[in-house]
Design a protein around this ligand. Sequence first.
Ligand code: AMP
Length: 146
Amino acid sequence: MSLDGTYDEGNPFALIIAGKIPSTKLYEDEHVLAFLDIQPQSKGHSLVISKWSKARNILEIEPEALGQVMAVVQKIAVATCKALNPDGLHVAQFNGAPAGQTVFHLHVHIVPRWEGQAPGFVAHGQGHFADADALRALADEIRAQL
Ligand code: AMP
């Protein structure tokens, strides 16, 4: 599935919100749910979702819902660090199948990392530096859309 499409009410996270399938909940309030990932990339890998937004990705989500989700991401990150004492913490969010998204209800991953552990998804490039002029031109293009 690409960035375009319609929200599937049968996606796993919609089913979790509706109580139709189980989840290992870490936190829940009126707006947000945090639970452990069933295929964890490391011990303590969790996910945070909006309970009311039907956004599939970052392009669609209401700023209010995103703010609610991110506030809980921080809450869970702090609790995870206190609980598990990792050496690092990966916070990630994927949009569209080519970017690695498999569940199309916006979610944020919180993945504790320990020294010596393979990092899985990585936030840096493949060792080459981009051309500075090309970066500036790209920045202009994106800023023009703000
Ligand atoms: P993404 O690739 O960003 O779409 O990540 C989807 C994540 O959801 C993966 O890490 C899956 O392991 C996780 N996942 C899928 N179904 C469930 C479920 N029922 N309960 C908990 N985690 C799930």
